[in-house]
Design a protein around this ligand. Sequence first.
Ligand code: SAM
Length: 250
Amino acid sequence: MSTGEVLMVSVEEHYESLLSDVYTWLMGGFDEAKRSNLEFFQNRNITPSSSGIAFDLGAGSGFQSIPLAELGFNVTAIDLSQKLLDELRSNSNNKSLVTINDDILNFRDHLSTNCELIVCMTDTITHLKSKNDALTIFQNSFSSLEDGGTLILTFRDLSTELKDTDRFIPVRSDENIIFTCFLEYECETVKIHDIVYIKKNDKWELNKSSYRKIRLSVEWVEKQLSNIGFKIEESSNRNGFQTIVAVKQS
Ligand SMILES: C[S@@+](CC[C@H](N)C(=O)[O-])C[C@H]1O[C@@H](n2cnc3c(N)ncnc32)[C@H](O)[C@@H]1O
């Protein structure tokens, strides 16, 4: 690689080579993430009321899929990372949960009837390659939901640019792992450089990899959802994460 050139890999390769091994740890561990997501759904009265079919787009290790299955949904969990889907499977004994290794842009291929709930949470939507792909997910969600069905998105609004050293984010560290993120802003995207030191045999080893996220503003997402025909029931921000709950009006 020539000097100064940044090796940019696909999202799938990034998770394979770096992120999937530490993802659950990075998010505070499975039990805590499961607990907070269960609380998230319970606070919003998200329980099966018609078909009970739910799709989890970008399910990862199951922080949403497993609480939803426990709440009684028949969950289809889709993700590009087989490692994270294997982790999801080992976190769950629930038989009403199906895992599928595929791009979320193909989620309708796995749908035999309209569903009651679609979730795409913790920034999965910003992992797509373009705003057009995000729009495709919104449109396909609308056409795949039952009347009265719900789409839940949670994502970081990366439209406002951080400057200088504020672009270094200390994500998590303990005595064995130090995970830092560096953000490089582009017009439509942000290059995310993940820098991980892992202690092995008393020596720190560096693993680094970069991928892109798209910059979606809350206003843009709300406007697209409304244009498609969704009613926005909630749009709120907590700890930098935007939650949008959109309902397909009958
Ligand atoms: C930040 S994680 C969120 C995982 C999970 N929803 C959570 O809250 O922990 C993003 C996930 O989306 C997956 N992903 C990203 N782009 C994808 C795509 N186009 N199709 C399928 N999965 C994708 C990644 O493999 C990763 O598991």
